[in-house]
Design a protein around this ligand. Sequence first.
Ligand code: 5GP
Ligand code: MN
Length: 343
Amino acid sequence: MNTLQITGMQNYSTLLSVFERYHNFALSTHINPDGDAIGSELALYLFLIEMGKSVKVFNTDPVPKNYKFLPSWEIIEGVKAVDTYRPEVLVVLDASALARIGKTLSKTLRPIHKLVNIDHHATAEAFGDINLIMPSASSTSEIVYKLIKHSQTPIGKACALCLYTGLMFDTGCFRYSNTTVETHRIAAELLEIGEFAPDEVYRNVYEQLPVAKIRLLSEVLSTLQVTDNRKIASVYATQAMLRKTGTTLDAVEGIVNQIQAIAGVEVALCVSEMTDRSTKVSLRSQGQVDVSQLAAEFEGGGHARAAGCRLVTPYLTALTTLVQTAQRYIDRSPSEDMDCRKD
Ligand code: 5GP
Ligand code: MN
């Protein structure tokens, strides 16, 4: 495959010329989509529509309730809607690897001409014909913002809200180490264009929790374990807990961040029991350990400070394995800090 790696600003025009050339587009993003996934996807959708293109968006998982305030969210379709549709160009956003758009979707949704990969993950694979991979970007939304700016098309109000939401989400509301002067400048510009209230965006994304999610939080936090040296904190979520609280796996998202806040903890991890008895793992680091490398040992990936993987073992076995591996990483790199990203 002839792949094109785009890293410099001048090369945005290469991708824009592909957008100019073709008419039928499909967009997709990773399973369990988050604010950056949905935000960047909808922003690019609105931009391409503005260019007069025909655009369809297909995601494996439905739009989570808390993103249904975003303009045009209802145009996002599921895997079944693909049917025999073949876009000329498929743009995959924020996914790390093609398989992460979902097993079925990655097989059925095939472009006729170009596969475009836009991502900011440190472990992103160059699976596209065109790969716009920028690990220094705070979020995929930031890359889409820069792409639109490069086109010199004015950013619309709706688009600004989608981009801001992605930026806000992936920087943990502008508090993770991927937050820069530039991130704030972009956020300010988007606020100015979009004329939305930032507190309302926050409330929509984070404060629309069903009671059930707080009950699950209570169950999961009650499993908290901290190693003797206080460097590793872990929790687990089981199918029984999900059943008891009437929640689904997506409700576990974010719990790992809470235990990362414990003083002295270097690595926080949350393991979730899947229905097929395999285990989903979420990892967070305070900076000493690159958890994207740790996750890569188990065929996962992500960023230095936030990563994940799946293990084909029961959750308690996975937990023991992960704690041991995290300890090995802590022993290996006593105090090195590094440049880090989240999502
Ligand atoms: P989370 O813990 O919030 O699910 O994921 C944290 C980060 O790790 C995200 O950037 C996500 O894309 C990445 N990640 C989570 N699970 C996996 C996985 O199974 N494979 C890969 N490559 N990345 C993952
Ligand atoms: Mn992201």
